[in-house]
Design a protein around this ligand. Structure first.
Ligand SMILES: Cc1cc2nc3c(=O)[nH]c(=O)nc-3n(C[C@H](O)[C@H](O)[C@H](O)COP(=O)(O)O)c2cc1C
Length: 184
């Protein structure tokens, strides 16, 4: 079994990446093979909305690092998207990846492939109340569901402005670990 962690934070000592690593550790303890892709270090252009994919068996016209992510998503049994909250939503790096998944939209073969894969989302944020962006995270999860994925957990972890500060938050790390354990 394989799980793909998609980290979209651009920061060193990223809190959401630490939470993601914690979730994956719980899966590795169950002999699940885990991998993290760091989206900020990759070249992922925004979807051009050209519908090229609709005429080319879900292949995107753009030839960039998203090609690697497509491959890894197709191979994985589960996915964890880990994003910081920027202005009450996932960040632009995360949204670029989600939009590029449009190439799979309405393709029954991929709907079928994804129907056995679960997606969970981890977000870290600074100080805003969860109500400020709960609906945004539900919307991003809905995008995965439209493509056929099974919805997993959504976890938002507050008070994480200082890089690495989540390391001192045992309860939040426990929640991340539980999210991982429940994924598969
Ligand atoms: C551009 C920007 C927008 C942000 N918007 C919000 C926000 O709307 N609500 C919030 O609680 N925190 C917000 N934050 C704080 C980050 O969500 C927080 O620092 C997060 O834990 C960073 O994750 P990281 O350490 O993994 O990069 C924002 C930070 C940046 C840089």
């Amino acid at each position: 079994m394989k799980v793909l962690g998609i980290n979209t934070s651009p920061r060193k000592e990223s809190n959401v990446r630490i939470a993601l690593e914690t979730a994956l550790k719980a899966l590795e303890a169950k002999d699940v093979e885990c991998e993290i892709v760091d989206v900020n270090a990759m070249v992922i252009s925004p979807c051009q909305g050209d519908n090229y994919c609709k005429e080319h068996e879900s292949q995107c016209a753009l030839n960039d690092d998203m090609v690697d992510i497509y491959e890894k998503i197709e191979e994985a049994d589960g996915i964890i998207l880990a994003s910081p909250i920027y202005f009450c939503d996932v960040n632009a790096q995360a949204k670029a990846v989600i939009d590029r998944l449009y190439s799979y939209f309405m393709d029954e073969t991929y709907q079928e492939l994804f129907s056995s894969k679960k997606v969970s989302i981890i977000a870290t944020h600074g100080a805003a109340p969860l109500e400020a962006f709960e609906s945004s995270l539900n919307t991003q999860m809905a995008a995965f569901q439209v493509l056929g994925f099974q919805p997993g957990d959504i976890l938002a972890l507050n008070d994480n402005n200082v890089p690495g500060s989540i390391k001192d938050k045992a309860e939040q790390l426990k929640q991340a670990s539980e999210l991982g354990e429940k994924l598969l």
